[in-house]
Design a protein around this ligand. Structure first.
Ligand code: GLV
Ligand code: MG
Length: 313
């Protein structure tokens, strides 16, 4: 084990992350009543330019009028990218008018760590100006070739950063990948064409204590395709996935919740290892398979998620 350890910077249950265009107050109200762990109010790509200002006002109102935490949810706002003139006003209005209500800001198309530096500096200044010390976190969308090329320095940013998300749609565009599907398998490619990118992002996340979240799956009439994608992401270490349609929330919650049998097995692993330890042995066996201290670390991950789900009630 290295002397350098980067434990998870901030634990939050994020199995399902429902994307809601902030231009649509009815959808915001429905999202507040949904079973999503996380809701992000979108000011970016789901909102057309003429609606940007109205969406910003709706987001501020929804943050102030709805008690998201009491509804067991984390609420985030996806601001516009740093390449647009909407971005500074998004940060100023949301932080000045609802900085004590919003939990995180999701920054799209992060390409270099300095993108986060700018947002962090603005958030800190607004906090100081208002005499507040909010714990508003930052989350970064990795969805450009530049962002993926710099994913390690981005993951090392520190500060308020707590999660990276894989934005498959913009990433496909940025890579000039031959597809117009959002997520899912491509019949022209043997295997999952996003495997390497997701694995690369998850490695950077886990090295530097960030949550790793998989992005959208566009075909909301294909629940099996969604679940397959979510399972592949979970197998690589993602702890949740976006829902671009309310019907995808239950699918994400199902895939990213460890089944009862898995939790029971994790607890047995720990019990067996405790017994072995008392007898002076480091390794043991369970159901005919060798288990050791690494098994305990895997089991701890399962139990931590199960506990977080139980705490949500
Ligand atoms: C999300 O923003 C994506 O581009 O997939
Ligand atoms: Mg995008």
């Amino acid at each position: 084990m290295s002397h350098t350890l980067n434990p998870l910077r901030r634990q939050r249950l994020q199995r399902s992350e429902l994307a809601v265009p902030a231009s649509n107050p009815t959808m915001i109200e429905k999202a507040a009543e949904s079973d999503a762990d996380y809701v992000f109010l979108d000011l970016e790509d789901a909102v057309a330019p003429p609606e940007k200002e109205g969406a910003r006002k709706n987001a501020v109102a929804a943050l102030n009028d709805i008690d998201w935490a009491a509804k067991g949810k984390t609420v985030s706002v996806r601001i516009n990218g740093l390449d647009t003139h909407y971005m500074y006003r998004d940060v100023v209005d949301v932080m000045e008018q609802a900085g004590d209500r919003v939990h995180t800001l999701l920054v799209p198309k992060v390409g270099v760590p300095a993108d986060l530096y700018m947002v962090e500096a603005m958030v800190n200044q607004i906090d100081q100006g208002r005499g507040l010390e909010t714990r508003v976190g930052l989350e970064a969308l990795i969805e450009t070739a530049l962002g993926m090329a710099n994913v390690e320095p981005i993951a090392q940013f520190g500060g308020r950063l707590e999660a990276l998300h894989f934005g498959v749609a913009d990433f496909a565009a940025s890579m000039h990948a031959r597809t117009v599907n959002i997520g899912g398998l491509n019949p022209d490619y043997p295997g999952d064409q996003w495997h390497a990118a997701i694995a690369r992002m998850v490695t950077a996340c886990r090295a530097y204590g960030l949550r790793a979240i998989d992005g959208p799956f566009g075909d909301f009439s294909d629940p099996d395709g969604y679940k397959d994608g979510a399972r592949r992401a979970a197998a690589l270490g993602c702890e949740g996935k976006w829902a671009i349609h309310p019907s995808q929330v239950a699918l994400a919650n199902e895939v990213f919740s460890p089944p009862e049998a898995e939790v029971t097995k994790a607890r047995h692993i720990i019990e067996e290892l405790r017994k072995a330890e008392a007898e002076g042995r480091g390794a043991a066996s369970l159901d005919g398979k060798m288990i050791d201290a690494a098994s305990e670390r895997m089991a701890d991950n399962v139990i931590a998620v199960a506990d977080a789900i139980a705490a949500k009630g």
